[in-house]
Design a protein. Structure first.
Length: 416
């Protein structure tokens, strides 16, 4: 069986094809895990396609699978009306001759064009985020004065280049994709409900998000942590909830003035320039100033999967503060390591967390509840250890059989 994957990231071999460092992959960890898990069935050949800035269609073989990089770009500037872009995806269809097509997410504009080129084939979408929900919750908890308050915001708004505009423009494309697809692959009831509200005729398959093995190989232990330290997800835009987290940290500082919060990604000061500073970055800077968090918040720079696992193993508490998530891979990774975790109750997170048993849930906009739960875990080693011991059970609940389950789904798709 030939299976075409359309992805919104460059895999390691894609990076090699365009002369990039294939060892320095800091995004799409779970998607690379999906690839590794899908190599075990000799009856399935993968064709993996994405889009880039190259001028011609690129194709290369690795481990018996075919990799493609289609011209057109992978950013918000991708032209969905270009006949050349449509024809390039038709060329991929001719080269791959797939029996089934899997679209990894609805986030990219080129996926919409690729799906039009694959019309008539069995098509499934593996849902990553739900764009409509992200768009609807984007400014949740953000005062109006920070929503369009800098020159960068004004220019982006005029040119429709802001992340918010990107989500706005992607919502109708996502809806069309859900209507063109035969099936979706989801992990929880919430995502199923979101998809079927658009297209009730969709076939629904379940398969858990694959997680890289490194998160199974490290384990949190109270005796080896950095006390009063917090690790969280990256947060370059409002949906990741750092505006709520920073308010909570202001309250934590009243009790634990020397705590540390480690955040993967660029330093916030990197966004102080007139060309990069958004209203959201201004809000975060204002919160740091208001609560004097300069010495408490540490940006680590981009992290590999191995480095992420190390931070999770040594933190006192992990916090997932997003105001919208489908299946939070960062929360799953934290629970895999056994880090005592606190998560906002949004999207599909309730399907992962049994409150007070394997993690803690809080209302996504309630900064005082979040701070109270951080302090509770700092104060109570027994509770932290209980959460850790129960969280790590997710390893057995989420058996490392993603590839087997996906291959079963693929065979079912051919009969739709």
């Amino acid at each position: 069986m030939k299976v075409l994957w359309v992805t919104n990231i460059l895999f390691e071999h894609h990076r090699t094809m365009v002369g990039l460092d294939s060892t320095n992959v800091t995004s799409g960890s779970w998607l690379n895990a999906a690839y590794s898990s899908s190599l075990n069935d000799p009856d399935i050949q993968l064709h993996i396609a994405t889009s880039g800035t190259n001028k011609e269609l690129l194709q290369s073989e690795c481990k018996g699978n075919q990799f493609y990089i289609v011209p057109g770009g992978a950013s918000r500037g991708y032209n969905i009306r270009s006949k050349d872009n449509l024809n390039n995806w038709k060329k991929v269809r001719e080269l791959a001759q797939p029996d089934v097509v899997i679209f990894w997410g609805t986030e990219s504009r080129f996926s919409y064009v690729a799906m039009k080129a694959m019309k008539g084939l069995p098509i499934a979408i593996y849902m990553q985020g739900v764009i409509q929900s992200i768009y609807e919750h984007y400014f949740e908890g953000i005062p109006q004065k920070y929503q369009n308050s800098t020159l960068r915001d004004v220019i982006d708004k005029l040119n429709r280049r802001s992340i918010y505009n990107t989500f706005h423009d992607q919502v109708p494309l996502e809806r069309e994709m859900l209507c063109m697809a035969n099936a979706v692959i989801v992990e929880n009831d919430w995502c199923e409900d979101m998809c079927k509200s658009v297209n009730p005729k969709l076939n629904i398959f379940r398969n858990n998000l694959p997680i890289r093995h490194v998160y199974r190989s490290m384990e949190w232990s109270l005796g080896s942590i950095e006390r009063y330290s917090i690790f969280t997800n990256a947060g370059g835009y409002p949906i990741k909830g750092h505006h709520i987290l920073f308010q909570a940290l202001g309250h934590v500082k009243e009790i634990y003035p020397n705590f540390k919060c480690y955040i993967p990604g660029e330093k916030l000061s990197s966004f102080d320039g007139i060309k990069r500073k958004t209203g959201y970055a201004k809000m975060l800077n204002d919160l740091i100033r208001k609560y004097n968090l300069y010495e408490n918040i540490i940006y680590t720079g981009p992290l590999s999967s191995h480095e992420m696992a190390q931070y999770l193993a040594k933190c006192h508490v992990y916090v997932m503060p997003s105001v919208m998530e489908n299946h939070s891979s960062s929360l799953i990774e934290a629970m895999m390591v056994g880090a005592p975790s606190i998560s906002s109750l949004v999207g599909g997170t309730a399907s992962l967390v049994k409150h007070g048993y394997n993690a803690i849930l809080y209302n996504s906009l309630d900064a005082r509840s979040l701070s109270g739960n951080i302090i509770r875990l700092f104060d109570n080693d027994d509770f932290a250890e209980k959460l850790s011991q129960n969280a790590i059970k997710i390893r057995s609940e989420r058996k490392d059989n993603f590839g087997e389950e996906m291959n079963i789904i693929l065979k079912q798709l051919t009969r739709i």
